[in-house]
Design a protein around this ligand. Sequence first.
Ligand code: SF4
Length: 423
Amino acid sequence: MNLADSSTLRVAMITRGYQLVDDEKDADLIVLNTCSVRQKAEDRIRGRLGEIHSLKKRKPHVKIAVVGCMAQRLGNELIDQVPYVDYVLGTDRLFALPDVLEGNENTSSVMTAFGHENIDSIKPIRENEHSAFVTISRGCNNYCSYCIVPYVRGRERSHSREHIVEAVHRMNDEGVVEITLLGQNVNSYRYKQTDFPCLLQSIVRETDIRRIRFMTSHPKDLSEKLVDVMANEPRIMPHIHLPLQSGSDAVLQRMGRAYTYSHYRHVIDYIRRKLDYVVITTDLMVGFPGETLEDFEKTLEAVRDIRYDSAFMFRYSVRPGTKAAGYDDDVPEDEKIRRLNKLIELQQNISYERNQREVGRVCECVVEGYSRRSQELARGRTEGNKTVLFRTDEMVLGSVAPVQITAADAFTLRGEIMEANRS
Ligand code: SF4
């Protein structure tokens, strides 16, 4: 979501006549779009602000804007704590940055109000890429006990069906091959009579976009109707990111997740029964307040049982202002690290085994660029959102290439392009 917001803001600034520079030493304005989801993310921003402060001491005319979740959470407090910050614009107000810089009416240097604008007035503008994000809703109503998002992104608001379809249409015309529909909980998208499966059907019916992805899904809201739509529409990519967080019902309840492990398992069974090929990924958290060894074992058991393709794994950290901040953070830090390492080791072994199943398959890959480590290899993304590396004589960004998978480790696939069938 932050990447999508940064991209929209960047292009909005360029449209208003501002220029991007490659090096912050050449900038007159430095914008930090921030994340508050974990303490570590905020600590890193404070570190970056310290670095930028040295620059500002040498060039006092340089302005610093902090936007997004941390700006929303702290507001004026951020200016008190870091007085050399010039602008603080929260999650609903960051797109006002050009107006703030120009001193336009109804703007000020600290703005954190929610819902001051019709969210459809924020045009999803893309850069010159072959894939793009389309934000379909903002905010979240779920208030999971550990999560700061509802407080910093506000109540859930859905963009109109027409607005989203029009945005996808325009991106397709501009050469985008793949769009990712974004929301904190895409499954609770609703605009008038349109729910999320209907929205997907509208995009398929009314646009020619080649590949459609979405994230993130909430297990309590992911419906059989959605899976049925995916099963019938090959342009919707077979990848579902479905955060489990914990395999223990007691922990899930304290997290306020509103599902049990058995409900979650039922959803997974339905997905795997209906979709011939699907990649399932998840988020997992260890060391939540009150997590016993038995609870943690249940998470390990769930991971062995479901066999995810990959997972984002974290140890719990307190977010002030959330319900869980009032719980006793009783799992010692070294025990959290031990549990996390054990979970990572288990998941990496499973990811390796899952990726071996890809060997021999022919995947349709969108070519995204060079391998991060070697200019001799191209990097593509499979239908299931896995990274694949392969040799090619001709690097055509955004082209769709059939690649036969020849080898795999836990993180990456390797393959050979079948050039004759490239498009
Ligand atoms: S669903 Fe829960 S974890 Fe996800 S953004 Fe909403 S409150 Fe946070």
